[in-house]
Design a protein. Structure first.
Length: 109
């Protein structure tokens, strides 16, 4: 039961962090002006045509949340607890991959 609550908190925190504008891109325009963009990791992934990574993250978060709900409602099957733990670990790993990838994306405007 404690793992279910921790799973909710971790998944919500990951989604919130992915939506925070963490990066600033700067580009020189053709007329000589400089333009600045504030981008979140999701924005950077979508602009680099890597939105599938965020879709995979949402899928893993959904599995983790659904299995946590099942555990909170009293489902005692061992397979549900295993799915919950594996999906939480996969979601955290995917979050780390997204953060590393979005940091290393250099967009061209």
């Amino acid at each position: 039961m404690l793992l279910s609550i921790i799973s909710f908190v971790i998944n919500i925190a990951m989604i919130v962090i992915l939506n925070i504008e963490l990066y600033t891109d700067t580009a020189y325009m053709a007329d000589g002006t400089v333009h600045h963009w504030e981008l979140s990791p999701i924005d950077k992934l979508s602009k680099a045509d890597m939105g599938w990574m965020f879709n995979l993250q949402i899928f893993l978060v959904a599995i983790s949340v659904l299995s946590s709900i099942l555990v909170l409602f009293g489902v005692k099957h061992r397979i549900v607890k295993i799915v919950q733990l594996v999906s939480l670990i996969a979601s955290v790993v995917m979050f780390i991959i997204i953060m590393i990838t979005s940091k290393n994306i250099h967009l061209k405007y």
